[in-house]
Design a protein around this ligand. Structure first.
Ligand SMILES: [Zn+2]
Length: 229
């Protein structure tokens, strides 16, 4: 089983800089007295840990998806600036978001791994970087659970944005393949935005087809569909 090391130093620099050399709120830029990333007002303006969502899986299982927040201001802007404009000044704020996610019960380095939603080579080539690859080490550090990179994404799906629930399910069908064996029973999937949960559902089903005994949970930075609540 290939476990990625906690290799997060290059981007850690932006967090150190924001915390120790720029004592300002990273959102509203008001002056801070401590080493916080956000001021109390900005922190309190974010809706933290909305109720989790459930999607159905094979073998009569369900997948629980726990979002850190909703895809609404300012979280949407932060994610967009990082994901589409590679704005590394967003990293401290995203790190602050990740820190709000409690480690799931009974999950630790001996029995669990974190799996970031894999991206396609096409998207990697187009965008030049994979936002989740940069963010997931912060979650690994926060939870003290290693990252597993044992799933590949096959390059035939298009972006899920703008598609209906059914279109998303069809588009993503067969998009993943397991490329490495897994030595633990719990997989904690991490994604940036979950809207209908179709990608997470397909990824979880792909894992279950390999090993029906797996316990899978999903987490995301933001839930993209406020209306479903
Ligand atoms: Zn602020």
């Amino acid at each position: 089983m290939k476990i990625a090391p906690f290799n997060w130093r290059p981007y850690q620099l932006s967090i150190w800089l924001s915390q120790y050399f720029k004592p300002y709120c990273q959102l509203c830029h008001c002056r801070l007295s401590g080493s916080n990333i956000l001021c109390t007002e900005c922190h309190d303006s974010i809706y933290w840990l909305p109720s989790s969502k459930q999607v159905e899986l094979i073998y009569q299982k369900n997948l629980t998806i726990q979002p850190i927040s909703y895809y609404q201001y300012p979280v949407d802007k932060v994610i967009r600036n990082f994901k589409f404009h590679e704005d590394i000044q967003m990293i401290p704020i995203l790190y602050h978001l990740i820190q709000q996610l409690p480690c799931p019960k009974n999950c630790h380095a001996e029995n669990s791994v974190i799996l970031a939603m894999p991206t396609t080579n096409q998207r990697m080539a187009k965008r030049g970087f994979d936002p989740l690859t940069i963010l997931v080490p912060y979650l690994a550090k926060h939870w003290k659970i290693p990252i597993w990179r044992g799933v590949a994404r096959i390059d035939n799906s298009i972006s899920q944005r703008g598609l209906s629930k059914l279109e998303r399910q069809e588009n993503i069908s067969g998009a993943f393949s397991v490329t490495d064996e897994l030595a633990v029973k719990k997989v904690l999937i991490f994604d940036d935005i979950a809207t209908t949960g179709a990608s997470l559902q397909e990824l979880a089903n792909t894992l279950l087809q390999e090993n029906p005994q797996l316990e899978i949970k999903a987490f995301c930075l933001a839930h993209g569909n406020l209306k479903s609540n």
